[in-house]
Structure formats: C-alpha cells, structure tokens
Ligand binder design. Structure first.
Ligand code: DAH
Length: 343
C-alpha cells in the first residue's frame, strides 16, 4: 500500500506539472482527490490493514493528499498568472502612438461679435436683457411709435403669425418690455444691452437674410442728454474698431427716437482715405440710434418730463462682415467648417 501511495504521488506530481490549463487541473483534482478518486479508493482499503500499519499509512495518505492539494492550488495560481500576463501583453497600450484627432469647433463669428460688443457695454455698466423672438405687434411696432402705415409693418416685410403676433423684426421691442418691467419694479434708471435674433421677409442675397441678429442699446434715466449718448457711442466705437476711429452722427429718421441718427465710423481698413471696405467713402455706417422718443417713454408709463434716454441698434452680421471682410452674409449660415474655421 505504501508503494501504491508513493506511486500515486509520483504520477500526480508529474501530471500536475505538465497540465497547461485550468480545465486539465480541475480534471486532475477530481481524478485524485474526488470522492471516487484514486487516493480515496486507496485509503478506503485501509480497513484491511493491521493495527501497526494503519497509522503509518494513514499519515502517509494525509501527506499525499496535502501534497496533491497544494500542488494543484499552486499550479492553478501559476496558470492564472500566465493567462493574466498574456492578456496584459495583448492589451498593452503604446502611449507613443499618435492619438485619434478630435475636431473641436470654435465660436461662430456671430457669437464672437455679440460677445465682443456686449463685453464693451458691460464694461460701461450695462446689463444684458433678452426678449422673445415671437412678439406682439404692439411691442414690435405700436409701443415703439411706428405709425400704422410704416412700410416695415407691411405683410410683405414682416412674418406675421396672426394679426397681433409676429416674428420680431428688430430687438427694439425689448426696450418696451424692459421699461415696462422697470416701471413696475421701480428699477429706473436702466442701462441695457440686448443681443437677439430677428426676422424679416427678405429674399436671401449677399447682404440680406430673413434671419439675422441685432444688438440693442438702451439707457433711460434722469438728465440723460445727447452728450451722454454721444460719449457712450464714441467710447464703444473706439473700443470696437480702435482708438483712432472717428464717428459721424448723420441725421436720420426712426419712429422711436427723436432726434435720430445713423452713426458712421471712419473706415478701420484705410483710416478714411477710401478703399474697397468703405467703397471709396472713407466712412462706414454701423448703426442706427437716437434719443428715446417721448411717446415711447409715455407708452411704457414713464414721464418724459422727468426721464430721458438714448437707444441704438446694430446688425451683428453686418459688423462681422465689415470686421472680417466677408462679402456674403449667407456664408455665415451655411455652417461650412472650412469657412467658419478661418475666424
Ligand atoms: N431697430 C432699428 C432697425 O432695425 C435699429 C435702431 C435704430 C434701433 C435706432 C434703435 C435706435 O434702438 O434708436 O433698423
């Protein structure tokens, strides 16, 4: 029996040593240590042994079992390690390989222009206000003192939703909303800058788009004079186009301002000599503006004898086109990254 056990031990050692995967090891475990395994079989026969032999064989049997158990566990661990090593090797990351390039977009010129302009005004103490793109005819026209027969009110010029509701044609209705809200909450005086999207029934061409952006400026307070108006606009223009830029206030007509002006700036490209940007004029028109019409103040519940103000409105696309030398407004809305990435 002793011989049998020694033989079994030797055989098991060899087989375990040559096993190469976990399945094989498991089979060997069952073969030697299982209920019907070889070792169990041998030990079952111990009953037939003499009293002297039994403890010796019993001890040897336990040693053999322990040895096989340890060998199997160690082999299992070793095989697992090999599998893990292989896996790690296969999954090695070469950190020196060039990565996949992700294309990161950039701010659209329109957003950039809006940021630039609003930042200049915020630096002068203005806060940003916003209003809805779907407006009432009252806020977009009536309260802004636009007479009923004003050409911009025409069906062919404006997108009406109903008789009383339209897509705003300008950011000026936010003047009405802000003034009325300020009267209610007692928040006068006010200084706001209003960027936003506007709509007009224009056929797209190089200088027209049915959807475009404006930035509105509004100041209302006591003792706001033409001097404040001029000083603020000149400061803005110099910050946007450079300290040498000159301004020209050219008389104009808007229903919501009196007096009204269009503001021209000396051409930032040629400095006023005349070039392709200013079309030989030396001056470029950049915005409409004026002193808030007393009727507009009255329409919002503000006493024009007590309060006055000034307002301005500018086209964002136009500013961007001038600044970056873009000759077709449609390019801004085609979302062609080859175009947009240039700015
Ligand atoms: N809303 C005018 C337009 O769309 C621009 C404008 C002119 C706004 C004069 C103003 C202003 O606030 O005072 O053409």
């Amino acid at each position: 029996m002793q011989e049998k056990l020694k033989q079994l031990k030797k055989e098991a050692e060899e087989k375990i040593a040559s096993a190469v995967n976990l399945d094989e090891i498991e089979k060997l475990r069952v073969e030697y240590l299982g209920k019907k395994g070889d070792l169990t079989k041998i030990l079952k026969d111990m009953g037939r042994l003499s009293n002297e032999e039994r403890p010796i064989i019993g001890k040897l049997g336990n040693e053999v079992r322990e040895m096989i158990t340890t060998a199997i566990n160690e082999k299992k661990e070793a095989v697992r390690q090999v599998i893990l090593d292989k896996k790690l090797e296969a999954e090695t990351i070469d950190v020196t390989m060039p990565g996949t390039e992700y294309k990161i977009g950039k701010k659209h010129i329109i957003s950039r222009m809006i940021d630039e302009v609003t930042e200049i005004f915020m630096g002068m103490g203005f806060s940003i206000a916003e209003g809805p793109e779907i407006e009432t005819v009252r806020n977009n026209f009536d309260a802004l003192n636009a007479p009923k027969d004003h050409p911009s009110r025409d069906m062919s010029d404006t997108f009406y939703i109903t008789e009383d509701i339209l897509l705003r044609t300008q950011t000026s209705p936010v003047q009405i909303r802000t003034m009325e809200a300020a009267v209610k909450t007692g928040d006068l005086p006010l200084k706001i800058i209003v960027p936003g999207r506007c709509f007009r029934s224009d056929s797209p061409d190089a200088t027209h788009s049915p959807m475009f952006h404006q930035i509105e400026v509004l100041v209302v307070g006591k003792d706001i004079t033409f001097a404040e108006f001029k000083g603020t606009m000149e400061t803005f223009v110099r910050k946007l186009f450079g300290p040498e830029t000159k301004t020209k206030f050219r008389p104009h007509n808007f229903p919501f301002t009196e007096p009204s002006a269009e503001i021209d700036v000396s051409c930032f490209k040629c400095g006023g000599k005349g070039c392709s940007v200013c079309k030989g004029e030396g001056w470029i028109e950049i915005l409409g503006a004026g002193m808030v019409h007393p009727n507009v103040l009255r329409n919002c519940g503000i006493d024009p004898d007590e309060y006055s103000g000034f307002a301005a409105g500018m086209g964002v696309e136009r500013l961007g086109m001038l600044k970056y030398g873009i000759d077709d407004i449609r390019l801004m809305f085609e979302n062609d990254a080859r175009f947009l990435d240039q700015f």
